[in-house]
Ligand binder design. Structure first.
Ligand SMILES: Nc1ncnc2c1ncn2[C@@H]1O[C@H](COP(=O)(O)OP(=O)(O)OP(=O)(O)O)[C@@H](O)[C@H]1O
Length: 325
């Protein structure tokens, strides 16, 4: 459904040293640097997948989404999405995709949400019957009824995001690009947005490409992760594959009676010690948890113990570290 081959994109950025004098000089002799936002990026995504597109700030995620949605033309490479080259067949192509940029709005600020939807209906030339049924479904599942008549500028961030997602789906696209859809949302709104995306994917088969810095979004939604760093694709695989790679480590948090010094436990690495709480990490492939706990009880008087697998966040940071990004 989505096929990228050797996509590269660079930006020419004006270089300027600080200070008025330098600004004046720059007017006459402008120096430039080249930022390589994407370098030879290739991947393919099948119909009905939810893919988490992740990477640190400035990695090239938004640039990729802009190329895939036809907003940016790459310098090199090919991109075929549902038979289209996004930046060439743009008018036709935008009818089959939906795009949400969490940090930017596609709704008209001063008019009621419903008026924005009506305008989008005309822009996308959505048939009346399709518009009515899509709007009814979106109003119901995203709980929009109480806010349809409210101007966008009066909406809370969570309400606006639900409207943005609805706006991107009014024309019934087969692919949805979501760029940080849960940014700034409270826990309740985040869960609502995630639930909606999952239902949309499961029931309507919509393919979803999701960029986010929130690893719990990825954990909740994405079966597959594409990780990009400094414009290069660094990892393409399932969360399970990632777990099995880093998954043998466990974090043990022990609350105990005050101790004079940190326990020394062969087979475990001390992560922190505060006198009444000790946090250790254990690789369960090489050490038995029972042995570690019994060595621990020989040195301190336990009150409470919790054992956790490594959170996805930490696995990702480790991947970033491995690739020096
Ligand atoms: N229009 C532009 N002009 C110049 N440089 C740009 C432009 N757009 C992006 N860049 C640069 O390209 C690189 C990749 O940017 P991009 O926005 O794709 O990163 P990102 O992974 O989406 O980052 P973030 O997580 O911070 O949103 C960055 O170094 C950025 O400064």
């Amino acid at each position: 459904m989505i096929e990228l081959q050797g996509i590269s994109k660079s930006f020419k950025v004006a270089k300027r040293s600080p200070g008025i004098g330098q600004a004046f000089k720059a007017l006459f002799a402008r120096e430039h640097t080249i930022v390589h936002a994407l370098r030879d990026v290739s991947f393919s995504i099948g119909e009905g997948e939810i893919v988490g597109y992740i990477g640190p700030n400035g990695a090239g995620k938004s640039t990729s989404i802009k190329v895939m949605s036809g907003i940016l033309v790459p310098d090199e490479g090919s991109c075929r999405i549902m038979g289209h080259t996004p930046w060439r067949d743009r008018t036709e192509y935008v009818r089959s995709i939906g795009v949400v940029f969490g940090q930017r709005s596609q709704l008209w600020w001063d008019v009621p949400v419903l008026d924005s939807f009506e305008l989008l209906k005309d822009i996308y030339r959505i048939r009346e019957a399709d518009y009515r049924s899509n709007l009814a479904m979106l109003t119901e599942t995203l709980d929009l009824e109480p806010i349809l008549q409210v101007p966008v500028r009066q909406l809370s961030l969570g309400q606006r995001m639900r409207c943005e997602i609805a706006a991107s789906l009014l024309h019934g696209p087969r692919i949805l690009f979501l760029d940080e859809p849960t940014i700034g949302l409270d826990a309740v709104s985040k869960l609502a947005v995630r639930k909606f995306i999952r239902t949309l994917n499961e029931e309507k088969g919509v393919t979803v490409i999701l960029t986010t810095h929130d690893m719990s979004d990825i954990e909740a939604l994405a079966g597959r992760i594409l990780m990009i760093g400094k414009g290069t694709l660094l990892y393409d695989g399932t969360i399970e594959k990632l777990r099995s790679r880093f998954g043998t480590e466990r974090k043990i948090t022990v609350d105990h009676e005050p101790s004079e010094k940190a326990p020394e436990v062969p087979g475990a690495t001390l992560l922190s010690w505060t006198g009444e709480r000790t946090v250790l990490s254990v690789d369960t492939e090489r050490n038995r948890m029972a042995d570690v706990l019994s060595r621990l009880t020989g040195q301190i008087e336990l009150i409470d113990v919790s054992v956790e697998a490594k959170p996805v966040d930490e696995m990702i940071v480790e991947l970033y570290r491995e690739h020096r990004i």
